[in-house]
Design a protein around this ligand. Structure first.
Ligand code: UDP
Ligand code: MG
Length: 165
């Protein structure tokens, strides 16, 4: 059965020109790219995306990171939807461990990430960590019409297709 994940090239990855490399790594898998958009990250989107981490001491810095405030106000990120068998496992392996210093050296985070002096992990990409998170995140970052396959149920409101839950 296919799994669906959200991948984000974070501001450090965008600023340093790693988007093409990340795409190449995913193209080496059998996962299908079924959605992609350049997104300007507003505070509300960043806070909703990372809502489950709001009690963490690094939360404020993390939100600033995703909004590009640590990277020359690089507030545009590339959000991608990949779909396929074991997408979570394959995507997380390409990404590597959350902490770039502990990530496998050939992973994206291990080869291109860093830890700031304030302790924020600048780790180049986000990858959904399970299928439930993938669904929540894809629905947050994309409308149904922006995803090229029918991955989740939709409903009509005012003649517009919206996610049904
Ligand atoms: N993060 C951090 N310090 C930590 C843990 C997480 O700066 O000790 C940041 C890092 O950018 C990470 C994001 O918070 O990617 C989300 O954390 P999560 O635990 O979900 O890790 P991920 O799923 O991204 O590997
Ligand atoms: Mg996570």
């Amino acid at each position: 059965m296919n799994e669906h994940i959200l991948v984000i090239i974070k501001p450090d990855g965008m600023l340093k020109g790693h988007a093409g490399h990340v795409l190449s790594r995913f193209e080496e898998t059998d996962l299908s790219l079924i959605g992609g958009r350049v997104v300007k990250v507003a505070r509300e989107l960043a806070e909703t995306h990372y809502a489950h981490l709001k009690d963490k001491p690094f939360f404020d810095e993390l939100i600033r990171f995703l909004m590009g405030e640590l990277h020359n106000n690089q507030d545009l990120v590339l959000a991608l939807v990949f779909s396929g068998p074991d997408a979570v496992k394959k995507g997380r392996a390409i990404a590597g461990a959350t902490n770039p210093e502990l990530a496998e050296p050939h992973s994206i985070r291990g080869s291109l990430g860093r830890v700031t002096t304030k302790g924020v992990f600048e780790n180049v990409i986000h990858v959904s960590s399970d299928t439930l998170e993938g669904e929540r995140e894809i629905k947050l970052w994309f409308t149904p019409d922006e995803v090229a396959r029918d991955v989740f149920p939709v409903k009509m409101i005012d003649n517009r297709r919206v996610w049904s839950s």
